[in-house]
Design a protein around this ligand. Structure first.
Ligand SMILES: *Cc1c(COP(=O)(O)O)cnc(C)c1O
Length: 451
């Protein structure tokens, strides 16, 4: 199941890496006990059995996607150097590779000048974006939708900035009229537009939010941690496409290469349209930067030590799979959305399930039809377990009942009352596995409801 052939390529690359240091006097690192390492590593592998099979197409639950082999190998290769992208002294090549890879991501969004860098993940990246937003509009309110990632609330508390939520429409997107009404009351510094919510992959109406910016001045931060790469996909719905096409007009963007960008965890990215915000990071450390007058990434990032290996892996991946429309990488994202659309169609044609809106990206939520919200929620949990016993791993999510069935809403149900099934079809292989995924879901549903 686990790909191992590419390890031979790593051996070759390591020889090449070693050849770059031949001018040094002969040196051997302190002896290691291979036998003991082997024993420990074998028991480590056993220990790792206690995981869901994230790499397999039958894992279709949370946002987990295996790194591309080239990313895994480049990351491993860089471990023999173990560069630190805090300062050029700690990682010259990997700092340059980070700047190149990040500039390619910025260019994907239509930015030819920018300020940006990699960081630990979407949370850190959003923290920096909202920190800059707070510096630019001190004390002003941050608005994000009800379906925005909970991290924005938490980050705002860390930054001691007021944060409020804006209602969503029945498709999980920020409600523009509710936003307009809140903006009219004043004191809003920043609006967070989520370009692909974590629960349902809904894309906030960025085009309309931009129109509101002309009237009420505020910053716009695009949280594209999950959805950002779909900018390259050629098969988005017209409305989703229109919103992605406006992304170049926002003030900051967050994207997670460790979600859809085929990277190991520990790779988020924050981008600012105006490079001037670099001034806000100013500090006067006496010791970190002494080797050159060039920019050290630590001068424009809140985190200090950071894995240069993450930049090396991202750089190598973008060499193999450039961020281009109609390219191989874009096509693999198109397959993911296609899989979600086809799965949605099957669910919609089957009387046993309720599905809300068409998926905008590759995330789908659905629930078994039942007489009440409580019954549907209970049945969801049973189906989830019955599918897992057959090796199909879905996820469970709490979704506003209004997304599903207006009748339930009128029955005074809790807005966040329905426990439903959720599937993230983020591997290109999912498209080929739809029949098998459906067959297991069908059996699981039959077992649970006798239908
Ligand atoms: C995943 C996600 C985050 C948080 O990012 P991490 O990489 O998990 O820290 C923030 N916003 C959105 C929309 C996300 O999908």
């Amino acid at each position: 199941m686990l790909e191992r052939d590419t390890l031979k390529i790593l051996q070759e690359a390591l020889r090449k890496l070693d050849a770059g240091f031949v001018s040094l006097p002969e040196f051997a690192a302190a002896a290691t006990d291979s036998q003991k390492i082997s024993e420990v590593l074998t028991s480590t592998a056993e220990r790792l059995h206690d995981n869901y099979p994230y790499f397999h197409p039958l894992y279709a639950g949370q946002m987990l996607k295996p790194p591309h082999p080239v990313a895994r190998l480049a990351y491993a290769l860089a471990q023999w150097i173990n560069p630190n992208n805090h300062a050029l002294d700690g990682g010259r090549a990997s700092s340059a590779m980070e700047q190149e890879a990040v500039a390619e991501i910025a260019a994907m969004f239509g930015w030819h000048t920018h300020l940006g860098h990699l960081c630990g993940g979407g949370t850190m990246a959003n923290l920096e974006a909202l920190w800059v937003a707070g510096q630019r509009a001190p004390g002003k309110t941050i608005l994000a939708s009800e379906q925005a990632h909970y991290t924005h609330q938490r980050i705002s508390r860390v930054l001691q900035l007021p944060c409020e939520t804006v209602r969503c429409d029945a498709r999980g997107r920020m409600d523009v009229e509710a936003l307009r009404a809140r903006l009219a009351r004043g004191d809003v510094g920043t609006v967070v537009a989520t370009m692909g919510t974590t629960a349902t992959g809904s894309v906030d109406p960025l085009a309309e939010i931009l129109l509101l910016r002309q009237k009420f001045r505020f910053r716009i931060h695009a949280d594209a941690a999950y959805g950002g790469y779909f900018h390259l996909a050629g098969n988005l719905a017209e409305e989703t496409r229109r919103n992605f096409d406006q992304i170049q007009h926002v003030d900051s963007i967050v994207i997670d290469p460790h979600k859809h960008g085929l990277q190991p965890y520990g790779c988020g990215c924050v981008l600012f349209r105006d490079p001037e915000v670099g001034r806000l990071y100013k500090h006067d450390s006496p010791y970190t930067y002494f080797s050159s007058a060039e920019l050290h990434l630590g001068e424009i990032s809140l985190e200090c030590s950071r894995p240069g290996a993450a930049a090396v892996a991202l750089w190598a991946t973008q060499r193999l799979l450039p961020l281009q429309k109609h390219g191989e990488f874009a096509k693999s994202l198109e397959r993911c959305r296609e899989a979600a659309l086809r799965f949605h169609q099957r669910l919609a044609q089957d009387g046993r399930f309720l599905t809300p809106f068409l998926p905008e990206l590759d995330i789908l939520v659905f629930a078994p039809r039942a007489a009440s919200v409580d019954e549907a929620s209970a049945l969801t949990r049973k189906i989830f377990q019955a599918a897992a016993r057959r090796n199909l791993h879905l996820a469970i999510a709490e979704i506003p009942v209004a997304f599903f069935d207006p009748q339930w809403t009128s029955a005074k149900q809790d807005r966040f009352g329905l426990t439903c099934l959720r599937t993230v079809l983020m591997k290109p292989e999912h498209l080929d596995w739809l029949d098998r995924i459906w067959a297991i879901l069908d059996q699981a549903a039959q077992e649970c409801s006798g239908r």
